[in-house]
Design a protein around this ligand. Structure first.
Ligand code: AVJ
Length: 321
């Protein structure tokens, strides 16, 4: 039936979808959630009452902006490099405060999407005209390597929103090692991490009552329909998130409500689903101080300061070498 070899696929997306849906158990990567439609749904998620992460981190930044200004500032100035800048809503708290305090710094938003960067740069130009912005388009890894080479002054790397949670432990560690190796002695890494907490609270964040997160998950099937000419019926799959308090792992699945076969034309592939067969789509790992310190140590970093809300719902850590 399939005459196309994975190595012949024209995009990474096509190759990964083929790989994921011909594996047992089936899986798809959450990094493919974020097409144009997915970006929009994620914006909606960030405003949901159940999705506490965004609001908590916003409050932590607001509450601690002076302490952060103090920790980041340097006599010869610094570059504030944000990985996965998005719309910069949370970062603007810091950018505004640092600008008011007349800190000498340049904001370097890094994103894979040209559009996102363009939008952000023009937004910032309007909102904070005095701010120096130097966007960098590309993959984090590449950009980090380039920045390490051309470095002339202190770097502060931001990675907000608990995006680290989407990486399985080994990849999270490799990511931190990559960060660490791009850092010079005085550089800092500032990361937001969702914390272990009441399992009910975590589960609700990934299973909102309006079904927005369910649509976010199903959008992956719609994207495969759009981009790879498939005929998934998204409503034939249920959104199934669950949280394991032992590992701190929130996992999301799409579960086939019935036995069915789906055609993916561009992959020349037929995918068979048994009734109640799953596709694993996302990990949102929750951490605590112990697991974060361990990861940091393994990566050659240490926690120099941490900031949290009163319930330790979410934490932002400053790491140094
Ligand atoms: C953007 C990766 C932090 O895992 O909480 C939100 C993505 N998925 N709802 C998360 C997401 C379902 C989010 N991150």
């Amino acid at each position: 039936m399939n005459t196309i070899k994975p190595s012949e696929f024209t995009t990474q997306f096509a190759a990964d979808v083929f790989e994921g849906l011909t594996s047992h158990p089936k899986s798809l990567s959450s990094k493919y959630f974020y097409d144009k439609k997915g970006d929009e749904i994620f914006q909606e998620i960030m405003h949901l009452p159940e999705y506490y992460l965004t609001g908590k981190e916003f409050d932590i930044l607001q509450e601690n902006k002076s302490a952060l200004a103090e920790a980041f500032a340097s006599p010869s100035g610094f570059d504030l490099i944000e990985l996965g800048a998005g719309d910069g809503k949370k970062t603007k708290i810091l950018l505004k405060h640092f600008t008011e305090k007349k800190l000498d710094f340049t904001f370097v938003p890094v994103d894979i999407s040209h559009n996102v960067l363009q939008q952000l740069a023009s937004d910032l130009q309007k909102e904070i005209p005095e701010l120096k912005v130097t966007p960098r388009q590309g993959m984090y890894k590449k950009v980090l390597e380039q920045l390490a080479e051309y470095q002339t002054r202190k770097k502060v790397i931001l990675f907000l929103g608990s995006n680290i949670g989407n990486l399985p432990q080994e990849e999270a560690l490799n990511f931190l090692k990559k960060i660490s190796s791009s850092m010079a002695q005085d550089d800092l890494f500032f990361m937001g991490v969702d914390q272990k907490k009441n399992p009910e609270t975590i589960l609700a964040a990934y299973n909102d009552t309006q079904g927005v997160t369910a649509e976010f998950n199903r959008n992956l099937l719609r994207r495969i329909n759009r981009e790879l000419g498939a005929n998934f019926d998204p409503d034939a799959f249920i959104h199934w998130p669950f949280y394991d308090p032992e590992t701190g792992m929130a996992k999301s699945y799409l579960v086939s409500k019935k036995e069915q076969t789906v055609q993916i034309n561009s992959l020349n592939l037929e995918v068979h689903f048994a009734a109640w067969e799953s596709i694993h789509t996302e990990i949102s790992q929750k951490y605590d101080d112990t697991s974060i310190s361990w990861l940091a140590r393994e990566a050659g970093l240490s926690v120099s300061e941490s900031f949290s809300d009163t319930e330790n719902c979410f934490k932002n850590y400053i790491f140094k070498k």
